[in-house]
Ligand binder design. Sequence first.
Ligand SMILES: [Fe+2]
Length: 513
Amino acid sequence: MSYSIPDTVTTKGPFQPMRFEATVEECIVTHGEIPKDLAGGIYRTGPCWKRPTKQGTAPLLAMDGMVQGLVFDNGRADFRNRWVRTPKYVLEDKYARGMFDYSDGGFGDYRDYGYGEVVRTPENAHTPQGTSSINIFPFAGELVVSGELGGPPQIIDPITLETKGIVPWAPALSKGPHEVVCFGDGTFCAHPKWDEDTGILYGWSYSDTAPYVSMKYVHPDGTVESRDLWDAPYNTVAHDIWLTPEWVVMPFQPFIIDLQRNSKGYAVFGWEPELPITIALIPRHNLQGEIRWIQTDLPAQYVMHTMTANVKGDQLILDAPIFNKPPFPMEQDFNEGDQAALFFSNAASYLGRWTVNLTTGDTKAERLSELPSEICKVDQRFYGKRHRYGFQIGGQPKKHGMRMDSLIRNDVDKVTEQVYQIRGEGELAAVLEASFAPRTTDAPEGDGYIIVPVSWWNERRGEFQIFDTDDITAGPICKIELPFHMGWTPHGHWMDFRQKTIQPSRGTSALTI
Ligand SMILES: [Fe+2]
């Protein structure tokens, strides 16, 4: 079977697929030097188009996950990228064709995501449809790649990027919106947080039907504490949380997912701004304890990604980029047959703050910056403790959305920001989510390096720029070049090789580096 890359928004410009596996040893450094004290890897995952779906289309979330890793050791960097060998990938590789037909794979317009129900056939009857294309993070000495919906996470070797198999704790996960098709076919969230001291991973499964969310606290030995949130107010896209010393803070927002919407001619995602934003304070240390539900009277807003959480007295301070509506095309703004640009062309967000008075439950919202920004990160060693610094990509307002061209370093104590523009006017590049790497394992919070992947897709080259947190306005201290453009990746994390190995989860081997 032969085919060409389809001419759609999901495969053009920054979304051009990096449709090959590469190994680049001793990457070329075009500026500065790689800090010799860096030892670890920056890992990313994203949807990458390999072949047409069974319907002949290219919905973004039906594409296979592709992981990328840039590994540092003693002033040297090696790059690799590999497909994630999910059950879906393996099945389609066997038949060398798309094996799934999606309820949101044939609209031919902005409604196609590839998250809908699939038609089950004898060939795919027991194969989860998930693609592990949303986030990759360290856990218990290993790397875990997750697709949020459609199937369980996979373990990835941090050096070879080989897919080692489904996480051994998959049977403890709960189903997502899709029916379970095999043993262990659960889902895990895109943006779990973890406690660096205990190694506990704070995650969840979510669905469009009650109980909507099931919390999953995964311990380094692979045991999982679970709790179904039967009191959850409605089905939300439970994409991200904040973590404080005492709580998982989960926002229920009117950005909803409902697979039944496809049969009514809508996309799986919907925006129902009349639903009240409700914040769940879920106990970290006693999952079966009392959950505090705070129904706010905040205006319709949307936080896609959280940044910092701090508790000061009776004030819970939640900082994040805040949209007025999700950066996804909705039926309120688009018609049948319309194509729509992806993500940040649809809406702009600005760093904002929700402050919850823990005594009264009153909540207020405010804007902290006039600079559009998103895809925020923090020093992940301090998840669940306190954070002063955040790192984002941002830029300028552009039509309905925002141009992402700059690295931003936020100080949320002083409410100040540093900015460095990475791509200039007229330059075509995808400035992707940054990752923070500490200067040393015991460096103060936020002290170290910020690594920014930049895909100069129009010039067919890739780049990683490294900034020193002492002053990002001085520009990158190092640029590492790849001889090809990098595919689009939404998320990833730093994995440090300098810290002691945490006991691996059951049924997997220890990481020895
Ligand atoms: Fe995300």
